[in-house]
Design a protein around this ligand. Structure first.
Ligand code: DMJ
Length: 858
């Protein structure tokens, strides 16, 4: 009994410990620590770097553009406008450093010029400088109105913001309305002195992250032009979304609006486009933004989200992941999901990110699905702290305070240097880089300070404001201060959603998880050991997704398969677990095959193969185009292909024990696709003694003309034991083969790459191939007499076939013609024609042409 009591007490302690409770005193100690760190970072900037744009914390001096080695695009943030000071101003208010704020505003008004002859990034200047000026103006205005500070302030920051807005506007002078990526602050774009304007592309986030700042500027200044331009850019992106998937690509042509990079994710290149749709709705109250966000969000959750992972897909082939790694910018996404009220995936992804930071101290710029470092840099990005803050706000779970504490500790332990905080060059070595980006002060310290503060401890009500992507504060009251300047250009029909979009717009623990205080823990627990601590991590993610219906009428499952995703047969236990899913129409559990992602990345080409019927009466004339396999014998390396007579497997699917091994031995097996994996079928048939396998599609009517050729890949396990040749025929071609078998009982075929098709050899190619034709009379057994043809160099098989053909044609009537037509229609030329036809046609057709090789299908 004593033992039980002890155990109970221990368990109680453990669960209390697990709940990560934090006392108010402890919170306030950490909050003070955050303030001390901020003082160290900001103090160092002001001491060693101001008025330069950034601090170089290892050199203890300012980074002045032109005086330091050019770092490429990163330097486009530096406009010689004291970037770090402006980006930090409203953080000073949040941290209750009102004297420093007042002083910082005065410095800004006195020292900062916005007309420098320097080319800057439109996106970065908007979010950091325009956003910084607006956030500071809003704070100054709030303090002034309270009557105890800033009484001297006369909207100077707003005037500066307006000036900067006008300096950014030339970037929008494109036919599409999408902005140029860069602008010269003094000379604009395209003019001879501007040194910019030749760019043709911009990133989606670059074009789609203007609305908060530009709309705020319009509403605060009364000049509608800013909001109009930002809305127009968003309209274009919305119009250009891929209509099938509702996803956007990463890079777009600013003149034509064509997508330049069609990979689609929620991280680098796209991130804040989605964020701004959601937040534009919150700030401006215009439901068009929420409708768009909701449509994109559904697509993201359908294709990109594989909790806890978020993996880029191709916007046209969204069921295929195009990367096996994630970038650290996507760490903002759980925060956005909290705003959307979708807590469960937010908790899952955040937990995954936390595990990565546990393993590598910080989030590396990019990390693989196995959480290994893909790119080891960490420039003190704030996104993980941001999501941690949102999750704490939504759940009140002290676990997130512990996560925040770990961020604070790691920054002090591994990034702090005598002159500030230094970016980490490589999380594996801990080496530093001589940079401290302005967003470290604008965002990191805001989110950390807010995380450890009670609402009552803040100098204003934080819930009256929305954070821009750079964490600048804009008042939500803007939506009512002025009506939207004009309706959106897009006449999108109202979006009908089954779920009321407002249902979860204010996430609440009680409404989402009533009476379950440990709901977040329950969700997190499933992701506790992702990085291999405690139990091995299964690198192959399992996702549950609703499969899309493809335009060409393919069944969703088939489409998915043809795009290279395998279905994992669920064992009984898993089936039990997913019983609800099974009943949910269109929901499957699928396993992404790791090799496949690679195949996609490499844009591997499918080498068309053929099944050539060589025994009489076909004599090589009937050629069926087949897909190859990535495993088994490599037929491209077999000089003369593999020949054999065909025998149907029994059972035909080859999913159970093979019953006709004695007939199959030494022959090429025909097996029907379906019910189990290709590799398993091949293994059983190889064991039964087959010398090759021709898989035949089980989908009625599928054929090479209408279906993209693909290659079969393994099931994720080793297929090294499979040595026999394997090819795949669509059902119409397969039917020709089975009919031939039924009619002639003995059908010899040759399996080989299409380019080596017998009888189509290039004249210079030697034809020293010995082929045995076994002549079998109707109804006669395969062991009939044999006749040996020896083809000499230059002797064309088809010449000999001409007469035969006529005779056979008469004998076989109409039936033979389709055989020949099939053979002629298929293959590269035809698919090339399809592609040509499709290019410039609708997106889905193009996608088929683009569609990478690779598929493992049961
Ligand atoms: C910030 O400048 C902004 O949050 C931007 O949207 C992307 N991320 C950087 C900091 O990582």
């Amino acid at each position: 009994m004593l033992k039980t009591l002890l155990l109970t007490l221990l368990c109680g302690w453990a669960s209390c410990h697990e709940s990560q409770h934090m006392t108010p005193e402890e919170k306030s100690v950490i909050r003070d620590q955050v303030v001390e760190m901020f003082d160290h970072a900001y103090g160092s900037y002001m001491k060693y770097a101001y008025p330069a744009d950034e601090l170089m914390p290892l050199s203890c001096r300012g980074r002045v553009r032109g005086l330091e080695p050019n770092r490429g695009d990163i330097d486009d943030s530096l406009g010689k406008f004291s970037l770090t000071l402006i980006d930090t101003l409203d953080t000073l208010v949040v941290l209750n450093k009102l004297d420093e704020f007042e002083e910082g505003v005065r410095k800004t008004l006195k020292d900062v010029r916005l007309d420098n002859d320097v080319v800057v990034s439109v996106f970065e200047t908007n979010i950091r400088v325009l956003g910084g000026l607006l956030g500071a103006h809003v704070m100054a205005d709030m303090l002034r109105k309270r009557g105890d500070r800033m009484q001297w302030y006369q909207d100077e920051l707003l005037h500066m913001a307006k000036e900067l807005g006008h300096r950014l506007l030339p970037a929008f002078n494109t036919t599409s309305g999408l902005p140029y990526p860069r602008v010269n602050l003094k000379h604009g774009v395209v003019s001879p002195l501007s040194r910019t304007g030749t760019e043709s592309d911009t990133c989606t986030a670059c074009a789609g992250t203007m609305i908060l700042e530009f709309a705020a500027l319009s509403r605060l200044s009364g000049e509608t032009v800013f909001e109009e331009h930002a809305r127009k850019a968003l309209d274009v992106l919305w119009e250009k979304r891929q209509r099938g998937s509702d996803l956007v690509g990463t890079v777009i042509n600013i003149h034509s609006g064509d997508w330049v990079r069609r990979d689609s994710g929620v991280g680098a290149g796209i991130d804040s486009y989605y964020e701004y749709l959601m937040k534009a709705y919150i700030l401006l109250g215009d439901s068009v933004f929420l409708e768009r966000f909701n449509i994109h969000y559904s697509a993201i959750m359908k294709y990109i989200s594989q909790p806890p992972l978020l993996l880029n897909v191709h916007m046209h082939n969204p069921t295929v992941s195009v990367r096996s790694w994630m970038d650290s910018l996507l760490a903002f996404f759980p925060g956005l999901q909290v705003l959307r009220g979708d807590l469960k995936p937010a908790i899952e992804t955040h937990e995954m990110l936390y595990q990565v930071t546990k393993q590598h101290k910080f989030l590396p710029e990019a990390f693989t699905t196995e959480f290994r470092v893909h790119w080891g840099q960490h420039p003190l990005r704030p996104e993980f702290a941001e999501s941690t803050y949102y999750l704490y706000k939504a759940t009140g779970d002290p676990y997130y305070l512990r996560v925040g504490q770990s961020i604070v500790e790691k920054l002090n332990a591994y990034a702090r240097v005598p002159c500030g905080f230094a970016a980490v060059q490589d999380v594996r070595t801990g080496t530093h880089e001589d940079r401290m980006d302005s967003f470290f002060l604008a965002e990191m310290f805001k989110y950390l300070y807010l995380l450890f503060s009670e609402k009552s401890q803040l100098p204003f009500d934080i819930d009256d404001y929305i954070f821009t992507t750079e964490a600048h504060l804009l008042p939500v009251s803007l939506s009512t201060t002025q009506a939207p300047c004009r309706p959106n250009a897009t006449d999108a029909p109202p979006v009908v959603h089954e779920e009321d979009p407002f249902t979860y717009s204010c996430p609440s623990v009680q409404t989402l998880f009533p009476n379950n205080p440990s709901f977040a823990k329950t969700i997190r627990d499933g992701y506790k050991y992702l990085t291999g601590v405690g139990r091995p991590f299964n690198s192959i993610p399992v996702r549950e997704i609703e499969l899309p219906l493809h335009d060409d009428g393919m069944e969703p499952v088939e489409f998915l398969k043809s795009m290279g995703i395998s279905l994992t047969p669920m064992n009984e236990a898993a089936l039990g677990e997913a019983r609800g899913l099974k009943e949910h129409k269109g929901v499957y559990r699928v396993k992404l095959v790791a090799q496949l992602s690679q195949a996609v990345e490499e844009e591997e080409e499918v080498v068309p193969h053929i099944v050539q019927l060589i025994s009489p009466p076909f004599l090589g004339r009937t050629v069926l185009t087949a897909g190859p396999a990535k495993f088994g014998m490599d037929l491209t390396k077999q000089e003369h292909g593999v020949k054999g007579s065909i025998v149907k497997a029994s059972p035909y699917t080859a999913c159970g024990p093979i019953e006709n091994a004695d007939q199959l031995r030494g022959h090429i097996a025909l097996a029907l696709r379906g019910d189990c994996m290709f590799a398993g079928k091949a293994r059983r048939l190889q064991e039964a003694g087959a010398t090759g396998v021709i898989f035949i599609d089980h989908r009625d009517g599928s054929n090479i003309e209408d279906s993209p050729l693909f290659q079969m890949v393994g099931d994720g396990d080793s297929t090294a034991d499979l040595t026999l040749p394997l090819v795949f025929l669509f059902s119409r071609e397969g039917a020709l083969l089975t009919t031939a078998l039924e009619e002639h009982h003995n059908v010899d075929v040759l399996l080989l790459p299409k380019e080596r098709q017998l009888g189509h050899d290039k004249p210079e190619q030697p034809l020293g191939v010995n082929i045995k034709f076994r002549l079998a009379g109707e109804g006669e057994a395969a062991e009939g007499p044999t006749l040996e043809f020896v083809l000499e160099k230059g002797e064309m098989l088809l010449e000999e076939e001409e007469e035969e053909e006529e005779e056979q044609g008469e004998e076989q009537g109409e039936e033979e013609q389709p055989l020949e037509e099939e053979g002629q229609l298929v293959g590269d030329a035809e698919s090339q024609r399809n592609c040509e036809k499709a290019s410039g046609a609708d997106d889905e057709d193009t996608a088929l042409c683009d569609s990478p090789a690779g598929s493992e299908q049961p």
